[in-house]
Design a protein around this ligand. Structure first.
Ligand SMILES: NC(=O)c1ccc[n+]([C@@H]2O[C@H](COP(=O)([O-])OP(=O)(O)OC[C@H]3O[C@@H](n4cnc5c(N)ncnc54)[C@H](O)[C@@H]3O)[C@@H](O)[C@H]2O)c1
Length: 268
């Protein structure tokens, strides 16, 4: 399989390094707007080449992996899907935009390409998906972060909340996933993945807690429905390279790639 990885940051590098050791992966094309990062990653791998031109990269790949930004996803996905290429999307927050999401789904149906969205920084997505095959009464996401992870978030600044003034854990936001995504854009991906799998952006409830004593980015997923009840907690360590990204998010992308190249679907 020939890969095109767009984004050579924490997630893109993690996938690229893992892919370099996979027998099923024939070549890895890398693209990043930061040329130094792209070249450094290319030099550290055996099967990689840096590509200057996105269109040529898409033509030559079997699977596009977007690990860059929402803006990149909006630009690359329409191109890749229109050419019938399978796409793995990490900036899943781009799918909060109903018009964009619907047009990408339509395009993938038209061209027969597939859109893969890894579980990312949260666990329990398997159970949520199964549960959503029957009636769901409630899907709630409670995200707990340390002060540094939410420092400068516009919503908190506008509310006059000093994130470093907390002496105990306190809830600072409650609302729909759609509202949460606007208030906490950096936390958009987990809320988006949960919304896509369950009851959508307007019915998914999100709370954000600031805990001055935590070193983790934690997500509690609470689901109630015809199946029963599920309560799933993930306590994420940050990635070693990027404090904004949970290590598990990179691992979920590697796991997704491994399943795709090996055509192995246990636990889907
Ligand atoms: N699905 C999840 O649960 C989850 C979790 C964490 C992060 N993410 C998302 O995955 C993406 C990558 O995360 P990361 O931690 O690796 O980020 P990062 O900041 O470490 O790396 C992103 C890289 O993409 C490059 N880039 C940005 N825009 C680009 C563009 N338009 N064209 C080419 N290159 C571009 C940057 O130069 C950078 O090297 C982000 O959008 C992030 O929000 C998703």
């Amino acid at each position: 399989m020939r890969l095109l990885i767009v984004g050579c940051g924490f997630i893109g590098s993690t996938i690229a390094k893992a892919a370099d050791g996979m027998d099923e992966v024939e070549s890895i094309s890398l693209l990043d707007s930061n040329i130094d990062k792209m070249e450094a990653l290319t030099l550290s791998l055996n099967k990689a080449k840096a590509i200057p031109d996105m269109e040529a990269g898409i033509d030559e790949c079997d699977l596009l992996i977007e690990a860059a930004s929402q803006a990149a996803a909006r630009k690359i996905l329409p191109l890749a899907l229109s050419k019938g290429k399978d796409c793995m999307v990490m900036s899943v927050g781009s799918f909060v935009d109903d018009t964009f999401r619907e047009s990408m789904l339509q395009e993938s149906r038209r061209t027969g390409s597939r859109i893969f969205i890894p579980s990312g920084a949260i666990c329990g997505t398997d159970g949520l998906r199964s549960a959503s095959m029957s009636d769901l009464d409630e899907v709630e996401l409670v995200t707990t972060k340390g002060p540094d992870s939410v420092d400068g978030v516009p919503y908190l600044v506008q509310k006059g909340i000093d994130v470093h003034s907390f002496t105990a854990a306190a809830m600072v936001f409650q609302g729909s996933a759609r509202e949460a995504v606007q208030a906490f854009p950096r936390n958009v991906n987990v809320a988006a993945t949960v919304s896509l799998l369950g009851v959508g952006f307007d019915r998914t409830r999100v709370s954000v807690v600031i805990d001055p004593h935590t070193k983790c980015n934690s997500h509690e997923l609470i689901v109630k429905g015809a199946f029963g009840e599920m309560h799933c907690e993930t306590r994420n360590y940050h990635s070693p390279d990027n404090p904004a990204t949970s290590y598990l998010a990179g691992l979920s992308a590697v796991s997704a790639l491994r399943r795709i190249v090996a055509n192995e679907w246990t636990g889907v």
